[in-house]
Design a protein around this ligand. Sequence first.
Ligand SMILES: *Cc1c(COP(=O)(O)O)cnc(C)c1O
Length: 512
Amino acid sequence: MTNTATALNDNESTMSTIEVNDRTRGLNYDENLLWEKERCDTPGVDLPALKDMPSRTGLPMRGMIGLPQVSEPQVVRHFVRLSTKNYSIDSGFFPLGSCTMKHNPRLNEKNARMAGFGHIHPMQPESTVQGALAVMHDLQGWLAELTGLPGVCLTPAAGAQGELAGIMTIARALKLQGHHEKTVMLVPDSAHGTNPATAAMCGFKIRTIPTKDTGRVTVEAFKEALGDGKDIAGMMVTNPNTCGLFETDIAEIVDLLHEAGGYFYCDGANFNALVGKVRPGDFGVDVMHINLHKTFSTPHGGGGPGSGPICVAKSLEPYIPSPIVLKEGNTYRLERNGERETNCGRMKAFQGQFGMHVRALSYMMSHGADGLKQVSEDAVLNANYIHASLKNDYHAPFDGPVMHEALFTEKYQAKHGVTTLDIAKGLIEYGMHPMTVYFPLVVNGAMLIEPTETEAKDALDRFILVMKKLAEDAKIKGPDYFHSLPQAAPASRLDELKAAREPKLRWVEDAA
Ligand SMILES: *Cc1c(COP(=O)(O)O)cnc(C)c1O
C-alpha cells in the first residue's frame, strides 16, 4: 500500500483507510460497501443526544444495530456510483443467447406509468378497474392469436413459473382423466435446465432424448425414448431449440406423441424467432409459456420483474391456473374462487405482473401484425449475418442457416490454449457484454449469440470485428495474454469458482 492516509474517527477502532491508488480513474469511481466507508458510532445526522429520556415502551433500550453511519450526500453518491456500474441493454450490445435482450421501447414505459395503470390496487372493486381488466383481456386475445392456442393464463411471474404452470396443467388433466400410468416426461439433452427441473417438481420422471449429433430431436431418437408410449405424460421441447435450430421433424414427432396420449409442452423462450410468422399451435403444441420479458420487450436482467403467461390448446383450457379474465357483455371480471374446479391452482397473489401486461400489449399494438412478423424476420436475419461473418473464425457445430441465434464453440481457439471463458473476458475488454457461454451443455465450450432485431448493422459489425480480433489474438498472443483480460474493467478476473462454492452473503467486519 502506497500513499496511504489514515482518517481518524472518534473511535480508534473504526479508522477508515484512504488510498490515492484505489481504482478511481477518469471520473469512474471506485466504490466500496457503505460498511467499509464509515463505521464510527456517531450518527450520520446531527441530532443532539436525548438527555434524561426514559423509555416508555416497557422494553429494554435498543443497542447499536450496526448500520453504517453516513450522511445523505454519502448515501446519494454511493447509490449513484453503483447505478453507473450496471451494464444494461440501455448501455450497449447485449448478445446473451436464449435471453432475447432487446431494446425496451419507451412508449411501453410511458403507458405502464399512466396513473390509471400505475396507481391502481389489486383489491379495488372490479367496477373501478375495467380498463385494466380490458388490457389483460386484450393481451390474452393477442397471445391466443399469435400462438394459435386459445386458453391463456397471464399470472405466472416468469418463464420458469410458466413452465411450472404448464406442467401442472398437464398433470391436472392426466389426473382428472384417470391416467395414473403416465409418469414420464421426455426432455431433449439440449433443454434449458428449468425444463427437467419443472417436470421433476411436478413428480414426473425424466427420460432424456439425445440430440448431440445433429443438434435436433430426430424421429429415430424420439421413437427410442417413446418406447410403447404407455407411460409417457408428455414432451418438453424448445423450438427453435437452444442450438438456435428449428426442429424440422417436429410435426411428425408430435403426431407420434399425440397417438401415444402424451402432451407437447413447448418452451416459448425462443418465440422471437417465430412471432408473427408461425403459430406454435399449428405444429401441434398443447401448452406453451411466453416470456413477455424476452419476446415482447418488457424489461429484464435487473430491469424489472418477469412475466410468463401460458397458452394452451382447447382440450387443456379447463385445467389452467386461476384466475383468468372473463368478458361478459361489456363488463370484464376475474374468475372467482371455486368457479372452475378443474383448475390446477393459483400461481401467484392476485393476477400476475400487471405492469408487464401493459408493456407487452403496448409493444404488440405498436408493432401490429405486420410489425411482429418483421421482428422475427429481422431477428433471424441479424443472427445469420453474425453466423455467416464468423463461421471461418469460430467453429460452428451445426450448419446454417440458423434461426434467431448463432452457436459457435471454442474448438479452433482451444488449439492455442484459449477457451470460451477467455473470449468472453476479451469481449469485456472491448466494452461488450459477453454472449451466453457454456450453454447449451451438449456442445463443448459453447458460445451462444443472440443479437435480436433491435441492433443496427454498425453494432453487429463492431461485434464481428472484435470477435475476429480476439480469434487473431488467440493465435498470436495465446492464453497468457487472455488471462490478463479484462484490463480496462474495474475488476479483472474474479475467482468465480470460489464465489460460487463459498458465497459470502453477509458482510463481516473481520473478513474485510
Ligand atoms: C429464459 C429461459 C427460460 C426461463 O425463463 P425465466 O423467465 O428466466 O424464468 C426457460 N427456457 C429457456 C430456453 C430460456 O431461455
